[in-house]
Write a protein that binds this ligand. Sequence first.
Ligand SMILES: [Zn+2]
Length: 254
Amino acid sequence: MTNKSEEFTFQSYSYLINEFLNLGYSVVNFSAMNPLKQHLILRHDIDMSLEAALPIAEIEKNIGVKATYFILLRSDLYNPFSETGLKILKRLYDLGHEIGLHFDASLYSENISVMNNKANIECELLERILERKINVISFHRPSPRLLNIEGPLSGRIHTYQPKFFKNIGYCSDSRGGWYYGHPLKHSSVLSLKAIQLLTHPIWWSRNIGLDPIEVLDDFREKKDKLIAKTISSNCDPYRNSRGEKPDSLREKNR
Ligand SMILES: [Zn+2]
């Protein structure tokens, strides 16, 4: 990226949120949003990396704002129920944030009663493991048919209901860029109206701006190291052959 202000870093995320506060915005969660007020909803969809959420959550805590982090249950890229995953989710709560279900409807039939049932099962799983209520759902990569569904899903609010999506401002950092416009230049922000801001922490969790492909390569390298460590912890011949250090956390608990 050439334009510094368009770079995605810790510093620019912090700057962005502070700019909203300077404009007079109050940061609220989905349940508390009033479309007639100058409200900002901070939403994070965790598509790839749970680890990337933590430093962003810390920044928000330091600024004094609360966000909602949406977690996939059936991703091949992370496991919210693993020792590390659960630790991160509990830390998000400790920092004052909310957790919602990131629901991949493409895994199921797009029939509304099937989706209600499956979303309910996924929310209940998350509730049991976190021992907290899950009040809000966001669809992962929704097909156009799933946008602007009026009613709730499994009795819970969802982020693409018209009241959060069509009737207020909406801005997202999809694919690591502001491809649909910068949030501070959004018409709702220019007229100081309510807006939902969706960001994906993986794009922001660094001190130096990288292009999206570099971000994803970096993520893959870190993931590969983690896999090597985990295999070493579980298989002595591999550890002896590759000289990998075992996963220290697991070793400690043995
Ligand atoms: Zn997603």
